[in-house]
Design a protein. Structure first.
Length: 320
């Protein structure tokens, strides 16, 4: 794979369900069917050249394209759509269609080629775990919605229907829990990571698979990277002589709520994190600030996973 410094041209690839629009770095674009044979034929001329391919994450429609790029050994970056949108917005542009988007992706790649992480295929076991955990999150959200509907005064006429649906959701959630546990137990790497995560106060049976699925980089990041990824890194908010409280924002959205619950559980126990929480309160820190500090301390799980996996001694880039 070519190193970022060697990249000489960037392909912008706008992916939809049935087509891929390719921009070669000029204003020229071509639309290709989104199937392996068509993409392979279109991309073959770029094999062995110092080319970077940039596409957006589209919920899976980009998988065939990324597979072909991997087969042809063309380095690729799967961009965060929000970052690309912000990049385009910074130019004050609003026009949008497939060729225009492909040109913007090419320009985005040219401007940032040196810092963009290269896409790597996900292990099939890891991919399945991510899908199972995402599905479990969806069902839990549905369960909360139905529980709220059941409490509504006007829901009495359909209460039995809601209870039946809740029972069905419970069965599906339990089945997913069992499938997740089996998958983790059958993978030596996941089982070892899970064991280290469970050793941290507050990290329970729900948070373990969530961290394994949503933060597969655990054990390969430094403490600042993992805090930022979890959304618990304090960010400055200063301007001139004014200085406000630092806030914790960003990160992967599924992690912070789960870490908050984990911090509450840890603070109620008899462990070093609970002791640290009480010390913060004694030092007149607001409870919210103290809990955020404990959430950050729970990420010591990163160091424990790293120490348990001595071969993972390289700090890796965070994929978009």
């Amino acid at each position: 794979m070519a190193e970022p410094a060697e990249i000489q041209s960037v392909l912008g690839l706008d992916v939809s369900r049935n087509t891929v629009t390719l921009c070669d770095g000029t204003r020229n674009t071509v639309t290709i069917a989104n199937d392996a044979d068509s993409l392979r034929a279109a991309l073959l001329p770029y094999q062995g050249t110092a080319t970077l391919a940039v596409s957006e994450a589209t919920g899976g429609h980009e998988d065939t394209l990324l597979g072909v790029l991997l087969e042809l050994a063309i380095p690729a970056h799967r961009a965060d759509p929000a970052k690309v949108k912000a990049y385009i917005k910074s130019f004050g542009k609003r026009a949008k269609n497939d060729p225009i988007d492909a040109r913007w992706l090419s320009r985005y790649g040219r401007d940032r080629a040196a810092t963009l992480p290269r896409w790597q295929p996900v292990d099939l076991t890891q991919q399945k775990l991510e899908l199972l955990v995402a599905r479990r999150l969806d069902l839990v959200a549905m369960r909360v919605q139905e529980q709220n509907r059941l409490k509504a005064p006007r829901s009495r006429l359909i209460a039995d229907n809601i209870r039946d649906h809740l029972a069905e959701l419970e069965r599906h959630i339990e089945a997913l829990n069992a499938e997740i546990d089996t998958l983790v137990g059958e993978s030596r790497d996941l089982a070892l990571r899970a064991e280290q995560l469970r050793s941290v106060p507050g990290i329970g049976p729900v948070l373990v698979p969530l961290l394994l699925a949503v933060m597969p980089e655990l054990g390969t990041l430094n403490r600042r990277q993992v805090a930022s990824l979890a959304g618990v890194a304090p960010h400055p908010k200063d301007s001139g002589k004014a200085s406000w409280h630092r806030s914790t924002t960003g990160g992967r959205r599924q992690i912070r709520p789960a870490l908050f619950i984990a911090a509450l559980a840890a603070c109620r126990g008899d462990n070093p994190l609970a002791t640290a929480y009480k010390a913060l309160l004694k030092a007149a820190k607001p409870k919210r600030v103290a809990l955020t500090a404990i959430m950050r301390k729970i990420i010591i799980a990163n160091a424990r996973v790293r120490d348990a996996l001595p071969h993972q001694n390289e700090i890796m880039p965070i994929n978009a």
